[in-house]
Design a protein around this ligand. Structure first.
Ligand code: 4NP
Length: 143
């Protein structure tokens, strides 16, 4: 069982989208038993909030199921529980490394480039496409 936690800043847009999309991806591949999947933020700014409505709309448009979400900041318990913290951008990686300075290999980035951040642009299509590319590469890298 590989335990993967997707990480963004607020845990209301990119990482819960990644969580829902990765669940669907591994389900479609019949590999759902291989993974435990969740998401967190590096900040508690959006604590308790559900997925941001435009992110939900994009998931619905693309036929990706999701359930009720409760945004949370990553904790030490999470750090000990999960194998990989797959971050959306460089600032997420930096924030994670500040929180967990002894990390050797759990903190990763989904793509070499940053995942498009829809918070300021409103472009959820670009985020979806970046996530799709990164998540397919991720599932193929874990054989
Ligand atoms: P996320 O998007 O990190 O993809 O969930 C954001 C959510 C909230 C804020 C920034 C980005 N914010 O500044 O509150």
């Amino acid at each position: 069982m590989i335990k993967i936690c997707f990480v963004c800043l607020g845990n209301i847009c990119r990482s819960p989208m990644a969580e829902a999309m990765f669940r669907k991806l591994v389900l479609d591949l019949g590999r759902e038993d291989e993974f435990l999947i969740t998401s967190r933020g590096t900040s508690s700014e959006e604590y308790g909030n559900d997925i941001y409505p435009p992110a939900k709309e994009k998931l619905m448009e693309m036929g990706i199921p999701f359930s009720k979400h409760f945004a949370k900041k990553v904790s030490m318990e999470d750090y000990l529980e999960y194998d990989y913290f797959v971050c959306m951008d460089d600032s997420n990686v930096s924030a994670m490394k500040r929180m967990f300075p002894k990390d050797t290999n759990k903190i990763k980035k989904l793509l070499d480039r940053d995942i498009a951040d829809p918070w300021y642009t409103g472009n959820f299509e670009a985020t979806y496409r970046d996530l799709e590319e990164g998540l397919k590469a991720l599932v193929n890298s874990v054989k």
